[in-house]
Design a protein. Structure first.
Length: 127
């Protein structure tokens, strides 16, 4: 879990922690787009999170459980929306206006994006 076979990349544990840290951030953004009129979102530097949030000491099972819980809650909320609810927007300070549909697309693609990194690491390790 902690091997870094590709220089300059995160370990599998760090990738899982990153996903677990940003899942609630995206959930908060989506909730705010649903509940508020054009809320503002702040960015977050993934490398700063990795450096300062004890990624090396965190339990992977706990992190996965957090992702599952947050996603389960969001599924329950999103199922209640009418189709036009997905067009509601918020304003990201770095990326500008983002619709709920865009936020949802980004977060649902987040895990598959990082799974590719994990697969590359495993291949380098011969696993």
């Amino acid at each position: 879990l902690d091997a870094k076979p590709i220089p300059g990349t995160w370990s599998t544990r760090q990738v899982v922690c990153h996903v677990a840290d940003f899942e609630p951030i995206y959930a908060d953004r989506m909730k705010r787009v649903i509940a508020e009129d054009e809320p503002t979102f702040f960015g977050g530097d993934p490398d700063v999170f990795a450096a300062r949030l004890a990624y090396e000491q965190r339990n992977v099972d706990d992190e996965v459980q957090l992702v599952e819980s947050v996603r389960g809650q969001m599924v329950s909320i999103l199922r209640t929306l009418a189709p036009n609810g997905f067009r509601r927007t918020g304003n990201h300070l770095e990326h500008g206006p983002l619709s709920l549909e865009t936020l949802l697309s980004r977060i649902t693609g987040h895990i598959p994006h990082h799974v590719n990194f994990i697969k590359a690491k495993r291949e380098k390790l011969g696993i």
